[in-house]
Design a protein around this ligand. Structure first.
Ligand code: GTP
Ligand code: MG
Length: 217
């Protein structure tokens, strides 16, 4: 059997890991929450964003990356992050926590408003270098994830898939989720060719993701 493309990224070499560690050592600062394009901070630095279904672990991942427990709010209440939240890292980077999508209980009008904002953000932010699309290791890629991936294709924003909550699944389930993800990614031209497996809870993949972000220019 031929192996599917989209391998899991190799662990960084010590120098790359150190660059990642250094970039995140300051811990980052919350800058602002934005509800309209007019509220966006100046597009004057490298920007990466975190997208994914409600509850997939976006805020927890930002907390794990920055080593700050409650920088980005993480909660058990899906749909909690309702604004586009900007965090600064040194004077060189923005980390952007996007509102979760696919939360069935949100009112239709609210969902439509978020979607419009998300769309303008993904299509209109010149300095957005990469989107990280988070996929829950227990659930794999769902239809709503593919919608975002298609939006990223159309916006020509490269996106890299990050499997979250790897601590919640056995090895075999994780491999299954990875293969299902690989098959989905093959349909998306904007997909970055390597995947990242993480657990914010256990710290797995966090140094790798830090160095991946530090290597983006
Ligand atoms: P929204 O802001 O609602 O879109 O959610 P989110 O994607 O920001 O998810 P959040 O980080 O708030 O996490 C949702 C829940 O999953 C919380 O209860 C977290 O503690 C839990 N969680 C997040 N990451 C992990 C992980 O790596 N492992 C485990 N076991 N739980 C996690
Ligand atoms: Mg959140």
């Amino acid at each position: 059997m031929t192996a599917l493309p989209f391998p899991v990224v190799d662990a960084p070499d010590p120098e790359a890991e150190e660059r990642g560690r250094k970039l995140f050592a300051s811990g980052g600062e919350f800058l602002k929450g934005v509800v309209a394009m007019s509220g966006m901070p100046p597009a004057d630095r490298i920007e990466v964003c975190f997208a994914g279904r409600s509850n997939v672990g976006k805020s927890s991942l930002i907390n794990a990356l920055t080593g700050r427990r409650s920088l980005a709010r993480a909660s058990n209440t899906p749909g909690r992050t309702q604004e586009i939240n900007f965090f600064t890292l040194e004077n060189s980077h923005y980390l952007v926590d996007l509102p979760g999508y696919g939360f069935a209980k949100a009112p239709v009008a609210t969902v439509a408003k978020w979607q419009a904002l998300l769309k303008s953000y993904l299509a209109g932010r010149q300095t957005l270098r990469r989107a990280f699309v988070l996929i829950d290791a227990r659930h794999g890629v769902k239809a709503v994830d593919e919608e975002i991936m298609s939006l990223l294709d159309a916006s020509a924003v490269t996106f890299q898939t990050v499997l979250t909550k790897a601590d919640k699944v056995k090895d075999a389930e994780r491999e299954q989720a990875l293969d299902q993800t690989r098959r989905a990614l093959a349909r998306h031209p904007a997909a970055f060719p390597e995947l990242i497996v993480t657990s914010s809870e256990k710290g797995w993949g966090i140094p790798t993701l830090r160095s991946v972000i530090a290597e983006i220019s």
